[in-house]
Every structure is written in C-alpha cells, then in structure tokens.
Design a protein around this ligand. Sequence first.
Ligand code: ADP
Length: 150
Amino acid sequence: MITIRRILVPTDFSECATPAVRYAAELADKFEAELVLLHVVPDTVLALPDAVMPTPTPMTDLDTLTESGKTGLANLITAMKLEKYKPRAEVRLGSPEQEIVEAVKDLNVDLVCIATHGREGIARVLLGSVAEMVVRHAPCPVLTVRPGTC
Ligand code: ADP
C-alpha cells in the first residue's frame, strides 16, 4: 500500500519552479499529506566575494541569508495563495542537491516534486543539475514537472 504523508517541493524561487509548487500543493491536498517547501541557500554564496580564497562568513551573514530564504518562502506562500495547504517552510544552507536529498531523509518525505529546470533554465538539457542529482539520489519517488505544464 502506497502512503503519501509528506510531499517536498524544493524551490530556487525561479519562474520554472512555480508549476512544481502548484502541483505539489494540489497533490498534498488530494492525499491529505503535509506540504513542505524547501529553499537551500547555496553554499557558493558563502565564498563570495572572494571565491578563490574564501574567508569564513560571519554568523550574522549566515543568519541574514537564512532569514532572506525564510522571507522568500513566506512571500511565495502569500503570492501563490498556499496558506490553505498549511505548508511547512524549510530553509537550509549548503549544496542544493545534497541538502534536498538530506531533507528528504530527515523529514521522511514520501514524494518529491521538482521542476526540471531552474534559474539557468537551459531548455536543451533534459534536467537541470540539481533536478538530475535529486532524481538520482532521493530515496523516494521524484515527480519532475516541466515549466508550462501546470
Ligand atoms: P537549472 O540548471 O535550469 O537552474 P536546476 O536543476 O538547478 O536547473 O533547478 C531545477 C529545480 O531544482 C528548481 O526549479 C528548483 O525547484 C530546484 N532547485 C534548484 N536550486 C535550488 C535551491 N537552491 N533550493 C531549492 N530548490 C532548488
């Protein structure tokens, strides 16, 4: 018996991610599952401005980045009118693909809904790099959603 209690949808806040968020929300509603929105603040930003010799990022900067991720998710929930799904909003710091897969494990996610493309949005590749790694490594089924399909 397949049970879907928790659906995770990662977002990089790009336009491409929007249909996957909509899909995840409606599936969560149908399955009476919890909807989890996840944004990963990429750890590459921690090495800026000097990517060659990165200096340690002060804690306050990490807090600011995490806070802006939380604000981004809150704004998305409002903009897409997702409040009725009572979504859980998660922000993590690190490598997006690794953190998404870790979140799937930590939160016992039953289904991931992810857009095929994101900020780079190179249409000639089947999947963006994050999407591909999540499809390869997530321990649960992954539904990929192409932009413009929802
Ligand atoms: P592209 O190479 O076209 O940018 P990606 O594989 O990076 O494609 O992105 C595909 C999808 O993966 C995004 O639409 C988003 O759902 C998810 N994703 C990418 N980066 C992040 C991130 N930092 N946090 C959460 N989700 C992300």
